[in-house]
Design a protein around this ligand. Structure first.
Ligand SMILES: [Cu+2]
Length: 840
């Protein structure tokens, strides 16, 4: 029996529309589909995230379709009173405003706008579910009552999924990787999947013009609990990061969906239909089951819910092109003739328009689904998206050509303007193809930097909601090439405010990105929705004040080959009370910043020079030997004496002996005493003398960090001296090399007491030592205890003016990677930072 579903439209819409409510509801569906197709075609060229077309389709087009049609089916089949067109119009209006807010909020990065939209969708979905359940009580015919169960469960899934989506746009509260797949599965398998499955029980036999299997309604009722259990398990599994729970949910869901769809697939095998709708529904169902199986296979292979990568990379293309787009076009191909035509003749006319070239569109759509679903080399996936845009875009134009007249005039025109329609379709397709081809031509290939500007290449790593390094400094006028590597499990990309951007990079992928010539600050971020809010941001800054010159320091670069970090561990003082040290002044090439070697003036061949340590009362006897090419001297703040003789400048080849007694405890600076001292210190001539306070309690680890400004360039050259005089360093550093403990983190165990000795060598500027995630319970600064354990208070920084020193102690509460910084953030970003890796 070709059961003639009574799908007469329930009344007229509010003023301004002549056609029936359902016709203009479908106009919304088609309009969103057109927006989605257009956005899919051009989003890369406009620099928009793929999230936008995806949600224009899933949230705009499909959600409108589900709301309009589910209400319609319930009213028509369960024989319940139709809600007033005014009320439905208000509901749909609110829904579409909410969807617009979500798209605008994410598109512009304004979280509260997106959050408001998400909240609106959640509220509307909840109201929709309540409304459906109340209608059920009025149902006159019980046979179709299962429909209400499916639609209400779907709406509940959307309410929860939408809430998670709102949380994701704001960064996901640190649980991004878990909430994203939960959100996607609730919406795709819950909101979309349950709505479609519920509808197919009725729609498919109608489309096949076959009798509805006698037990299919009972079957529909029976499998719903299994579908819901599967969906709940998937969601819980993702939130708890349990692959096996997700897998169990997927298997339950697949069995339920397979069992309920099998009778129709069998019916199609028996009697091959010659009309478009059944083929589209069948192909869509195939891809739906395929998506579930693909995901189950990926989970089995990975053994862990490596979810964001799976959802975005593998699942979405299948569900969007194979399932979503086909189920929508199939359903509308079947339903629109009934709704738009007022009699058999008009039905046929609409069906004829919607069926134009359907074989080509079905084949094209499914070839497109294969191209985007299977991991094929470029440009095949892009071609797949183009093909999908053409095939489903064509349907939009065909459907618009019959829907618009009904909405505007209240009826189909007397004759069919087939010519105009065809021209419209052709123009639309040409525009789409043109836009895509233009985009393909302008896509970032292998960039060829011009020879005018000096080129610098810096590696940037994307991983787990961080971009490392967060700040890249290059001399102004440098053409910056970023080698962007995705070291995370999830896909990421990098977009710069100047428009440069990478493709979406899968785990392990990399791309060379031409960031252009850097003249000012340029922000960068990952465009994947929520990732920017979760912290995936970076900044490119011109280094120094414009006088940095071509030596260009980049604290974010990789260390050069053979570089060895300076051991920051501070050994205890040797047992004796007389400390004899020979300090040979030499000019040595050292790595001042990662990958940047240059000549330095040193005590003992290193910067800082050797560290001396003793106790109050100890004698120090230092023999200074000048092996350099300039006059140098030395000044030990740890001792007090008449400076004229021991601090005099000695000529190359000369030596002097410097004796002092440590009368007072402290973290003291020593430095070259030759004028101008700013230059001698800036070029590396400094070190530390640690005189322990009496009865200093032992700790598990002691580190010494000597902070200093960093001036690149030939020591004593005019450009370098100009920067030193202006107090405009090229960077900052601990223990002689910018960012060295980023590349060679310090070590500690959770619960251990760690003492950081810090000395500010200058030559200028303050130092504000801070450990991110830690609190100091002990601070000793410039000869006095500022804080002792047992006090209620804590300290966040150890602040030091030039030539001041002290120590701070803390206990790391738990394992993790704790950054330490000079909390003058310009200094931290300029190289005065590192990590402490704390293990259990
Ligand atoms: Cu000197």
């Amino acid at each position: 029996m070709s059961e003639p579903l009574d799908l007469r439209p329930p009344g007229r819409p509010p003023r301004g529309f002549k056609g029936p409510f359902i016709a203009w509801g479908n106009l919304l569906v088609l309009a969103w589909l057109a927006v989605a197709v257009l956005l899919f075609a051009v989003h890369r060229e406009l620099g928009l995230p793929v999230w936008l077309p995806l949600h224009a389709f899933l949230l705009g087009s499909l959600t409108n379709a589900i709301v309009v049609w589910s209400m319609h089916f319930v009213v028509a089949l369960c024989r319940v009173p139709s809600p007033s067109p005014r009320r439905m119009g208000f509901g749909l209006g609110a829904l579409n405003v909410s969807v617009l807010l979500v798209l605008l909020g994410v598109g512009t990065g304004v979280h509260w706008v997106a959050g408001t939209g998400a909240a609106g969708i959640t509220v509307l979905a909840t109201v929709h579910a309540i409304h459906l359940l109340r209608l059920r009580r009025h149902a006159l015919t019980g046979g179709y009552g299962y429909l209400v169960g499916y639609y209400a469960a779907a709406a509940v899934a959307l309410a929860i999924g939408g809430t998670l989506g709102g949380a994701l746009t704001a960064g996901g509260m640190g649980l991004y990787a878990r909430l994203l797949p939960a959100h996607a599965h609730l919406n795709l398998f819950g909101w979309l999947g349950l709505s479609v499955l519920g509808t197919l029980f009725t729609l498919w036999p109608t489309a096949l013009r076959t009798r509805m299997p006698a037990d299919s309604m009972r079957l529909a009722r029976r499998v719903l609990p299994l579908l819901l259990a599967g969906l709940a398990a998937m969601t819980a599994g993702f939130v708890l990061a349990s692959a096996w729970t997700v897998l169990a949910g997927l298997v339950a869901y697949a069995i339920a969906a397979g069992v309920s769809l099998a009778p129709f697939e069998l019916a199609m095998l028996r009697q091959r239909p010659r009309r478009p709708a059944p083929w589209m529904l069948a192909a869509a169902s195939f891809w739906f089951v395929a998506a579930v199986l693909i995901e189950a296979g990926l989970l089995l292979g990975a053994g862990k819910p490596d979810a964001p990568a799976m959802v975005v990379g593998d699942l979405l293309p299948v569900l969007v092109v194979g399932f979503g787009a086909q189920i929508l076009t199939g359903a509308l191909t079947q339903l629109l003739p009934v709704v738009l035509g007022r009699g058999p003749a008009e039905h046929k006319r609409v069906a004829a328009v919607l069926g134009r070239a359907w074989q080509v569109r079905v084949i094209g759509g499914n070839v497109a689904a294969v191209l985007v679903a299977v991991d094929l080399p470029t440009p095949l996936p892009s071609l797949g998206w183009v093909l999908a845009a053409i095939c489903f875009g064509a349907f939009v134009l065909l459907a618009m050509s019959v829907t618009v007249p009904v909405v505007v005039r209240g009826a189909l025109p007397a004759s069919n303007h087939g010519g105009a329609t065809t021209i419209g379709i052709a123009v639309g397709l040409a525009a789409t193809v043109g836009a895509v081809l233009l985009g393909a031509g302008g896509a970032p290939g292998s960039p060829e930097p011009s020879s005018a500007a000096p080129v610098r290449t810096v590696q940037v790593e994307l991983a787990e909601m961080r971009i490392d390094p967060p700040v890249v400094r290059v001399p102004p006028g440098t053409r910056l090439m970023l080698r962007v590597v995705n070291n995370g499990a999830a896909p990421h990309d990098l977009r710069l405010a100047n428009g440069a951007r990478t493709d979406r990079l899968g785990s392990g992928d990399s791309e060379l990105l031409d960031a252009g010539v850097i003249d000012g600050t340029v922000d960068g971020w990952c465009t994947i929705t929520g990732h920017r809010a979760a912290g995936m941001t970076m900044t490119i800054r011109p280094a120094g004040d414009g006088r940095a010159g071509p030596e260009g320091i980049d604290p974010a670069a990789r260390p050069g080959p053979g570089w060895r970090p300076r051991d920051a561990a501070l050994p205890p003082a040797d047992a004796g009370t007389l400390h004899r040290v020979e300090l040979r002044v030499s000019e040595t090439e050292l790595e001042l910043a990662p990958g940047h070697r240059q000549r330095r003036w040193t005590f003992g061949g290193t910067t800082p020079g050797p560290t001396l340590r003793g106790e109050v009362g100890d004698r120090f006897e230092i023999t200074l030997v000048n092996d350099g090419s300039l006059g140098h001297g030395v000044d030990f703040h740890a001792g007090a004496l008449a400076p004229e003789e021991p601090m005099r400048t000695i000529a190359p080849g000369e030596r002097l002996v410097y004796r002092f007694t440590a009368r007072r405890a402290g973290a003291w600076l020593y430095h070259c005493s030759a004028t101008p001292m700013s230059q001698h210190i800036a070029n590396g001539m400094y070190g530390a003398v640690i005189i322990d306070p009496p009865r200093l309690p032992p700790v598990d680890r002691e580190y010494l960090l000597v902070g200093a400004q960093l001036y690149a360039g030939e020591p004593g050259s005019d450009p370098q001296v100009a920067k030193i005089d202006a107090g405009a360093p090229d960077g900052w550093q601990f223990n002689g090399t910018a960012g060295q403990y980023v590349h060679a983190p310090l070590a500690a165990r959770a619960g251990e007491r760690v003492r950081f000795w810090v000395v500010n060598a200058g030559p200028g500027g303050t130092l504000s030592f801070h450990v991110v995630g830690g609190q100091f319970d002990t601070v000793y600064r410039e000869g006095a205890w500022a804080l002792r354990p047992g006090a209620d208070g804590g300290a966040q920084t150890l602040g030091l003016a030039p030539a001041q020193g002290g120590f701070a102690e803390l206990t790391f509460p738990e394992p993790g990677r704790y950054p330490f910084v000079d909390h003058d953030m310009r200094h931290a970003e300029g190289g005065a930072r590192g990590f402490v890796d704390v293990v259990p």
